[in-house]
Design a protein. Structure first.
Ligand code: OFO
Length: 172
């Protein structure tokens, strides 16, 4: 059985994951409206991933005898000045989620809930990868600057950008 403090924190994380999914869906829609098809596909896929994260929390809570709660969500940002702003928002959002996951880990340790701590391990690793991916995307955009040809190639290739390619690019 989950302790009340853990149940509360896990249910809050359901909301954050759902809000991440909505934010990336909103970014996908913005990108599509700008004719950035590859970028839109990237964000549609990313939105689905966040929904999958939300479901992982839902199922974990229910499996442990708790009851997952679905709440109202904040409206996501829907207007952006440019692709740069979208990708900066992506990175700052992922950094925020990493902090939330770390906070959840700390609550588990305080409550000696080692099963939930174990469950969260996957998310700790996932956040590292997602932050690295967002940084890579932003680095590439910074390299391109205002170059329209570069933006065309970026949009064509964004779905192929992976954490592995980011490590190769930075020589890590
Ligand atoms: Fe849910 O993985 Fe990032 O935010």
């Amino acid at each position: 059985m989950l302790k009340p403090a853990i149940l509360k924190a896990l249910n809050e994380q359901i909301r954050y994951e759902a809000e991440s999914s909505q934010l990336y869906l909103s970014m996908a829609i913005w990108a599509e409206s700008q004719g950035l098809e590859g970028t839109a596909n990237f964000f549609y896929a990313h939105s689905d991933e966040e929904r999958m994260h939300m479901l992982k929390f839902v199922k974990y809570i229910n499996e442990r005898g708790g009851k997952a709660i679905i709440t109202a969500l904040d409206k996501p940002q829907s207007e952006f000045n440019n692709l740069h702003e979208v990708c900066e928002t992506l990175l700052s959002h992922e950094i925020k989620v990493t902090e939330l996951i770390n906070e959840l880990v700390a609550i588990c340790l305080d409550n000696r809930d080692y099963n939930t701590h174990n469950f969260l391990h996957w998310f700790v690793t996932e956040q590292l990868e997602e932050e690295a991916l967002a940084r890579t995307i932003l680095d590439k955009l910074n390299l391109i600057g205002e170059d329209k040809g570069g933006l065309y190639l970026f949009d064509r290739d964004i779905e192929k950008i992976t954490v592995t390619s980011s490590a190769q690019n930075t020589g890590e």
